[in-house]
Ligand binder design. Structure first.
Ligand SMILES: C[S@@+](CC[C@H](N)C(=O)[O-])C[C@H]1O[C@@H](n2cnc3c(N)ncnc32)[C@H](O)[C@@H]1O
Length: 545
């Protein structure tokens, strides 16, 4: 039975957002671990390094402007920190680039989800910076921009030099608007229906059920959505009077246009200003498009679903509406090819260092995309079994992000497949040292690498460490092979029989056990060939009659 959960409602007020907020409140860092929510392009090391370089340029401009003195601490806030990777990579890059500035920086890492923040601060890559006092966790809802609640208690005491967020403007309230040739304005409405066996089900009870268990797989996709457009009065649509003027400025003279207008993020930008230093900069990174032709005409707009969260692509021409109406300066990326687009906003106007850096780096091909492309190329070559080529691409990735254990693991594994054992050992050893969370079984791969390189003692040592993580028939069999090779037959036997106890169908352990039996048998019967059928001294026996 199809039940109507919500009658046609403006998309930004849809009941789906209740589930979206409950998802973020309940899911925590598993959202990123499970791969439900993409984050690599916004949070990888090359992108964090680029933001750290921009931050450094902004600090130079603030000093030149007199907003900061040489020895001042410099405060930076990140909103919607996700799994904390961007924060950790940013501080790491800043420290390598300018250690004194890193020491003076206070990076406020924030999220509106307490649960997420609790988990993020415990992750080793974040805890390291918190222990050093350079990173400060805070609960921060960008829908309530002036209230930064530091986790240790208290509020923000210093004005901000820099604010940064990635993939967050796309989850703040947005209205999807359409201007038609007759001059009328329309907004996207959504009607929500669901399939239920319960004839007495009320919409409220249905929604309460979803919200109570918001991290459950694929809930949003179970809803039936019907979209339509409803006519609106643009001048009466928003609480703040600037929005109608900004929308008109974005659409300009396009006869017909369809645009996702991120009023939630623009309200945030306006209300954040009292917390910023004069000349302070807001940097936002998001997915979407940059070309004006992408808002011209009438077309459908639909949200994307990640886990049970909603996201809406941003056409970055919306930022072009801010300077004429609010007088702010905006720098934004202009290449449709970038996987993530950036906009930097400075209400008081940028200084020369930040403007020059943005023009030369953000407007060119971004190194974050190189990393994604090289990973994709390496994977493609792996599937074609072109291991040396795959390895070359993984090594380029490692150059771009030397601190990611996963890239080292992949490079080391490709080097093993390419029979380049010294390269494998180097990559795997370095990855092992970086993998504080022990997320990758470097121990096993190092066992393989040392074994193939002929160092059996080292190989056994690494296999034992892998075994200590958890028993596995392959590790046990590999250990058995080495013990058998060195004549420790009883230990080899124990390894194979344990492997078969774990997986009775593991063919290789069966084969190895059989070889061991053959070997032991051959050793036991060596010399038997010379033995007479009748041992010496046996008394002759008369043939049977
Ligand atoms: C799509 S994720 C992006 C995470 C991370 N920045 C990245 O690039 O991978 C959205 C993040 O913003 C947080 N978030 C959502 N709405 C928010 C709001 N109103 N204020 C602050 N954080 C919010 C979520 O909890 C989540 O961590």
């Amino acid at each position: 039975m199809i039940v109507t959960i919500e009658r046609p409602t403006p998309f930004d007020r849809s009941v789906q957002w209740k589930l979206h907020h409950a998802y973020w409140a309940q899911r925590g860092v598993d959202a990123w671990k499970s791969g439900e929510v993409p984050h690599l392009s916004t949070s990888n090391y090359p992108t964090a390094r680029q933001h750290a370089q921009l931050f450094r340029a902004v600090v130079a401009d603030l000093r030149a402007r007199g907003s900061l003195a040489e020895a001042d601490t410099v405060w930076l806030l990140e909103g919607g920190c996700g799994n904390g990777k961007l924060a950790a990579n940013f501080m790491h890059a800043l420290e390598l680039m300018d250690a004194p500035l890193a020491e003076r920086t206070r990076y406020v890492i924030s999220d509106y989800s307490d649960h997420n923040l609790d988990q993020v601060v415990a992750l080793p890559h974040v805890a390291h910076w918190i222990e050093r006092g350079l990173m400060i966790p805070a609960r921060y809802d960008m829908a309530d921009p002036q209230r930064v609640r530091l986790r240790g208690g208290g509020a923000l005491t210093h004005a901000l030099a820099f604010f940064m967020s990635s993939y967050v403007s796309c989850v703040l309230p947005m209205k999807h608007l359409q201007r038609r040739a007759d001059g009328t304005w329309h907004e996207l409405l959504v009607e929500v229906r669901a399939d239920s066996d319960d004839p007495d089900l009320t919409a409220d009870a249905f929604v309460a059920g979803l919200v109570a268990d918001a991290a459950r797989y694929n809930l949003l996709n179970d809803l039936e959505l019907h979209f339509s457009w409803g006519e609106v009065d643009l001048d009466a649509l928003f609480a703040h009077p600037s929005h109608a003027a900004i929308v008109r400025s974005i659409v300009a003279d396009a006869a017909e246009a369809t645009v996702g207008y991120p009023y939630g993020f623009f309200d945030f930008l306006r209300e954040l200003q009292p917390l910023m230093l004069d000349g302070g900069v807001v940097l936002t990174n998001d997915y979407g498009s940059v070309g004006r032709e992408r808002i011209e005409g009438r077309f459908e707009r639909r949200p994307q679903v990640y886990g049970n969260s909603l996201a809406q692509d941003i056409n970055f021409t919306v930022y072009d509406g801010l300077p004429p109406v609010l007088g702010w300066e905006v720098l934004r990326s202009t290449s449709e090819l970038d996987s993530v687009h950036a906009a930097a906003v400075c209400a008081g106007g940028f200084g020369p260092a930040a403007r020059a850096f943005f023009d030369t780096h953000y407007l060119r091909r971004r190194p974050a995309d190189d990393l994604l492309d090289y990973v994709a190329a390496a994977r493609a070559y792996l599937t074609k079994k072109e291991y040396a080529r795959a390895l070359r691409f993984f090594l380029r990735c490692v150059e771009l992000d030397p601190y990611d254990p996963e890239l080292r693991y992949r490079a080391g594994s490709a080097a093993l497949d390419a029979s380049l054992y010294a390269v494998a050992i180097e990559q795997l050893q370095r990855g092992h040292a970086l993998d504080a969370q022990r997320g990758w079984d470097f121990d096993f791969q190092l066992g393989r690498a040392y074994c193939l390189a002929g160092d059996h003692d080292a190989a056994l040592d690494w296999y034992r460490r892998s075994h200590a993580r958890g028993e596995h028939p392959v590790t046990l069999t590999n250990m058995g092979v080495l013990h058998a090779y060195h004549g420790r037959h009883a230990t080899a036997h124990a390894c194979y029989t344990r492997a078969l106890a774990l997986d009775p169908h593991y063919e290789r352990a069966h084969e190895r056990l059989q070889s061991l039996k053959d070997l032991v048998w051959e050793a036991a019967v060596a010399g038997f060939a010379d033995a007479p059928v009748l041992p010496k001294g046996t008394a002759p026996v008369a043939p049977a009659p």
